[in-house]
Design a protein around this ligand. Structure first.
Ligand code: GLV
Ligand code: MN
Ligand code: MN
Length: 437
């Protein structure tokens, strides 16, 4: 399906769900003059960065590790001070609530995550989390009580497969819970380490209609906004993500005594496979991406022909069907490579995949109008990164606000966003919430 049709079709269903008919008709509230404390946001970004620096100086606040647990404790302390009375649901998500004037209304939810990829940066997820807290503090300091209750959520293990939000919106499978996470723990063990309860995930489930709206502020993680000199990105859709473990089996043999034409070199076949992935992904038009980001070579010695290689393959696109078509092509290429190299190539689809999601049209407009009213330039765009919001989008009108990532670096220590851009994004978050309210 062409991306444009895909967006049009899916958004039709979303418009029906949306409840923002009179949106922005009443935005001249006391809150319209409020603004966030940009310095406080920036200093907290730096404070949180201190949790999870490993012995090599790398950012390593990987979900379920000691640093993640310590970072979460620090964050919960701040939530407590802000009167949010944080609790941890059975999936390990941190949840803080602020009462509204009208308890019968559904809450406006916002937040993000504070775990990071290995050797990651200090802005991915943390900006949206710290800014969510900032919104609450600004409302507290100005004695503003919204009509709707507010709910801040810091999701558990976003980077390892959006685990917390998936548990909350669609549930985790037994297989998914037993999958090994980056920390070395299975997700079930990791959720326990976060004081969740993997045996009772039913009770963390949220249903359609549980939120009036959901918003997530995030860094763009690509270089479009910076290149085009745009201050605010309005996210239209978030890509689906599927992972496969690919095993190439050859035969480990003597690297000196085995002639070149007698080999079943698993790494040579794996190398051809990696190139084939790139060729398949780039052979069709569109913004799909495919990556082999993991490799394990066995037995791994100078003088032994590699007998087995295990690879991690990822494909992303906004169209779930396109991901399947591309994978089928990759499988075909793998079969040819296996035959030619006398190896066996097999695929194991991994649990915890993420479906593509579109954000709510009316919320997009709310963000856009709010950002423009604050004097910011805006652009409607896709997210090539996965986000917790893509799961929330299944149960609530959800949308995302992007700010520029300098140089387009992310999942890297070079990740950076300016204090001004962070402040701008947080102000758009604050004012969008007030406008929605
Ligand atoms: C999460 O940041 C992802 O896109 O993998
Ligand atoms: Mn993120
Ligand atoms: Mn990330």
């Amino acid at each position: 399906m062409q991306r444009r049709n895909f967006i049009k079709q899916s958004s039709l269903t979303i418009i029906g769900m949306s409840a923002f008919g009179s949106l922005l008709s009443n935005n001249k509230k006391a809150g319209a003059t409020l603004s966030v404390n940009g310095k406080r946001i920036e200093s907290r970004i730096f404070e949180l960065a201190k949790f999870g620096v490993d012995e090599k100086g790398r950012g390593y606040r990987v979900a379920y590790t000691k640093s993640d647990i310590e970072g979460r404790a620090w964050f919960m302390e701040l939530m407590k001070k802000a009167g949010l009375n944080p609790t941890i649901d059975t999936a390990g998500n941190i949840i803080g609530k602020r009462k509204g004037k009208n308890a019968s209304l559904k809450p406006i939810g916002f937040g993000s995550h504070i775990d990071m990829v290995p050797d990651g940066g200090n802005y991915d997820g943390t900006l949206g989390s710290i800014s969510a807290l900032e919104v609450i503090e600004i409302l507290n300091e100005n004695n503003v009580v919204t009509e709707h209750p507010l709910e801040v959520i810091i999701f558990a293990n976003e980077e390892g497969g959006t685990i917390g939000s998936k548990a909350m919106c669609e549930g985790l499978t037994k297989e998914g819970l037993q999958q090994k996470s980056q920390s070395g723990l299975t997700h079930a063990e990791g959720i326990k380490a976060l004081d969740g309860n993997p045996d009772n995930l039913e009770s963390c489930k949220r249903n359609k209609g549980d939120f009036y709206a959901w918003l997530e502020l995030h860094i763009e993680q690509g270089g479009i906004l910076e290149k085009e000199n745009i201050q605010i990105g309005v996210v239209e859709g978030i890509v689906g993500i599927v992972h496969w473990e690919v095993t190439v089996e050859g035969f480990a043999n003597h690297a000196g005594a085995t002639q070149m034409n007698m080999r079943q070199d698993a790494l040579l076949a794996a190398s051809k496979f990696i190139i084939a992935v790139n060729e398949v992904i780039t052979s069709v038009k569109g913004t799909q991406v495919g990556t082999v980001g993991k490799i394990n070579v066995q037995p791994g010695a100078y003088n032994v022909i590699p007998g087995k290689v295990v690879l991690g393959l990822e494909i992303r696109d906004l169209d779930a069907a396109k991901i399947e078509i591309l994978f089928k092509e990759i499988e075909k290429r793998a079969a040819i490579i296996a035959k030619e190299s006398k190896t066996k190539i097999s695929f194991e689809r991994q649990p915890n995949e993420s479906k593509p999601a579109l954000t709510d049209k009316k919320l997009q407009q709310a963000i856009n109008t709010t950002a423009k009213s604050l004097g910011f330039s805006t652009k409607f765009m896709q997210s090539g990164a996965g986000h917790d919001s893509q799961h929330i989008a299944k149960i609530a009108p959800a949308a995302m606000i992007f700010i520029p990532s300098i140089g387009g670096f992310s999942h890297s220590p070079k990740e950076f966003s300016t204090a001004t851009d962070m402040e701008n994004g947080a102000n758009v978050l604050l004012q969008t919430i007030l406008n929605l309210d």
